[in-house]
Design a protein around this ligand. Sequence first.
Ligand SMILES: Cc1cc2nc3c(=O)[nH]c(=O)nc-3n(C[C@H](O)[C@H](O)[C@H](O)COP(=O)(O)OP(=O)(O)OC[C@H]3O[C@@H](n4cnc5c(N)ncnc54)[C@H](O)[C@@H]3O)c2cc1C
Length: 504
Amino acid sequence: VTENHQIQNIVIVGGGSAGWMTASSLRTVLPPSINVLQIESPRVATVGVGEGTIPTIRTFLKSLQVDEREWMTACQATFKMGVRFDNWCHGSDWWWHPFFFRHPKYDEKRLVDSWVLHRSRGMPQFQNAASLYDYCISWQLAEERRCPRFRSSYGSFQDWDSDHSFHLDAAKFGAFLRDHIAVPRGVEHIVAHVDHVTCDEHGRIRQLLLDSGRTVDGDFFVDCSGFRRLLMNAVNETAWTSFSNDLLCDRAIAIQVPYQDVWSEMRPFTRSTALSCGWVWQIGLFDRIGTGYVYSSAFISDDEAENELRQFIGRDRVSGINANRIPFEAGHLKNPWSGNCVAIGLSEGFVEPLEATALGVTQHHIAQLGRILKQATYSVDQVRQYNQGVRRVYDEIRLFLLAHYCFTSRTDTAFWKTSGALASPLTDSIRDGNILPTAETVGTQVFSPQSWLCLLNGFGQLPNAPLEQSRETLNMAEMQQARDSQQSVRDGFVRQLTYLRQYH
Ligand SMILES: Cc1cc2nc3c(=O)[nH]c(=O)nc-3n(C[C@H](O)[C@H](O)[C@H](O)COP(=O)(O)OP(=O)(O)OC[C@H]3O[C@@H](n4cnc5c(N)ncnc54)[C@H](O)[C@@H]3O)c2cc1C
């Protein structure tokens, strides 16, 4: 297909994280001849959650050249080195999804593959799943509330180029990008409610009518209006791929919890604890703990869920603090780019935030969009490829999330029994390695083979052979050395709170 469309004026609707990420990024990568205008409603609040990120966020922040001290302080941000899953198996079990292993002497993949190999050979010291964490510096640091920063011999703090991510305050993140990146770099910002969308006879958007009476013309539109999908509804592009048949959670209750013991509770990781009909996230920001229960309304009422959440946190601790109830449907638009309009953020799609992928997906799609629009033109072919790419990303995330439900041994409530049964057809193909990412495809994947390995290991489902054949295995003496050296490596790193306090 040869039809090309020229772009001169881009209009973004929505001022949540997705809207300001899009505006900041497009303004930074597009030529100045293309105008970027952003409209946000003073009447519609942002979703107010979305505080966990995946390591790719560092690429996003780097691409905007933001100063770490400045943005981390403004967004009450903390470090995140992985996710700890509590009570997903039975009783007091937990497992760790690390963002990195990293060892000063040994290649990360070689280290992990060697552990798997020695385990498959029956070496007793590797049979316990948790023995993997003896080789995992991200867990060692996380356990002691340290962060990936160390003190140099001159006494100053040094970055350690590890694959970590951050926790951040969702509302403050959008505001930071607006005030420090998007607007200063030239995005025109209008605070007004979009009342009407005018399309031409081909279904392409031409004009927006604002409640102020002003009209805004554009030749390309980005729908960042959240679950409302204002523009996608207007162009009638609502075909939806639903995941609700097997990912049962469809509600969240979020509450902001004050710290009691900040030294232990400001964890440099996200904690995900399974409850009766879903799971709770706990995200320690600098000034509070973002907390929320994700659950299935088919198995528990909203009031019961809020009750269970308050019980879990400790009633007294959150008495008088309001909770925010958020319904959602897991899935995505079949064609998030249609004509001259593309949906980014919650308007594009959403899956439960079990692995906190939404901002990462948003960032990924903004980058793709930027690469295309940089040419000030796009073709129908590019639109088709973009939409295919979006579907692939969601399929992969769906699979990884389903794996959590398929391998859990919890059967204590109807929710766990049903979600486990729905996900169980996956079990064999995952174990056989049929749907695991390979070295060839890993560049395009959200979750690395290592993430899969840690998940399988965490749930006691690790196959007996390494997922990929390792090049060179560490011998037992080297394994011992790798393990023993963890402590001295760990001790060089600073406690997260100590580090962040010098910022504030
Ligand atoms: C329960 C839950 C937990 C989550 N946890 C995570 C997580 O841990 N990690 C993660 O990465 N993501 C998470 N997310 C996703 C994350 O919150 C979103 O991806 C992110 O906040 C982006 O939202 P948004 O900007 O698309 O939408 P919103 O924040 O809803 O913003 C919509 C914007 O559109 C504007 N708007 C709406 N209608 C109009 C109109 N008519 N005219 C003008 N403007 C309009 C609003 O004013 C607002 O500014 C979570 C989401 C939920 C629901």
